[in-house]
Design a protein around this ligand. Sequence first.
Ligand code: NAP
Ligand code: GDD
Length: 344
Amino acid sequence: MKAFITGITGQDGYYLSKHLLESGFEVHGTIRRSSSFNTSRIDGLIAEFGKSDQLKLYYSDLLDSSSLNNLINNIEPDQIYNLAAQSHVAVSFKNPLYTTQTSTVGPLTLLEAVKNSKKEIKYYQASSSEMYGGIDSSVLSETSVFNPKSPYAVGKVFAHEMTKVYRESYDLFCVNGILFNHESPARGETFVTRKITRAVGRIFHGIQKNLTLGNLEAKRDWGFAGDYVKGMKLMLEHDHPDDWVLATGETHTVQEFVEAAFGEVGLNWKDHVLTSDKYHRPNEVEHLLGDPSKAKKLLKWKPELDFKGLVKVMVESDIELAEQESVLISKKLMKPTWEYPITD
Ligand code: NAP
Ligand code: GDD
């Protein structure tokens, strides 16, 4: 089996490609050319699977339709996972055009390629719980109404609906995975959970003092990315294409995540956490809680790691990382900072 993955260098790209490679798949992934290396998450996989060509990487971009078409024509994959996106909601307010261009032109290019291919290709679109807008405390399922509140979410609704249009119009195996927030030690450092656990690790080792956050009241249904990528594969293995919610069915405030993370190392979060309007969004998604019963029943999928377990795994990993940083600082190879990361 051959899988083609856009966004392979991201959090989900890492966990999904690892899962597929270990299941015997040949994995083809697109990376972006950048002036510094951007493959750190998948370097271990490149070392393990690159030599035998079980893992192959190609330069491309969601806005470069011709390179995507050429790659799909040449590789003839069995499956496409479209994970690439400008995935930061706050950044989408600052870069709305770029964010929505990538999440509309990119998926449409891939869907056209699937439609025009002589081979039957199964397509996975990374849809998001952000599409619901979180306007009240209801439990959200595949049939709940979308109320997008950011440029990011509007772009995701477009891709979601277009995936359905291609599925229904051309009888293609195109699925939407409506995933609620999922995190891990490989999470980008400007998303709130990782920002918190990075700070806890660094504060614990005495190389950071404070952590400044925005809205502590927002609620999210947080799961573990390693569990969610297994659901993506199961969706493409199901007997018919559909839309699927992956979630834990539990929601927590940002403050609860903060308390749990500082609690892991015996620190009182109130001694370190500040808030600033800088991290508030022009329009906030206040409450997200998903109902994964359809995926549980029909895909036999279930999240393995619970909220406490997720916080623990992330804090432990970031304590180790901060320990390595403190060695570099003691050798004057790195400078301590007041706060890290400094944006979003
Ligand atoms: P991520 O860590 O931010 O990874 C995004 C990936 O997309 C990276 O590989 C990035 O490349 C790539 N990318 C960004 N812009 C691109 C472009 N113009 N062309 C090609 N590649 C581009 O995101 P993630 O957490 O793994 O999420 C994966 C997907 O699921 C995203 O579409 C996200 O919107 C969606 N999603 C995520 C969650 C969640 O909680 N994690 C929930 C629901 C949906 P670089 O490494 O070069 O930046
Ligand atoms: N990033 C960030 N930084 N968020 C903060 C901060 C902060 O300093 N302080 C509070 N928050 C709040 C945000 O306002 C939001 O309500 C919540 O923490 C979660 O923010 P993020 O971790 O940035 O994630 P997100 O929920 O906006 O988006 C993530 O999940 C979506 C699925 O629901 C991303 O992964 C999206 O790509 C994904 O679609």
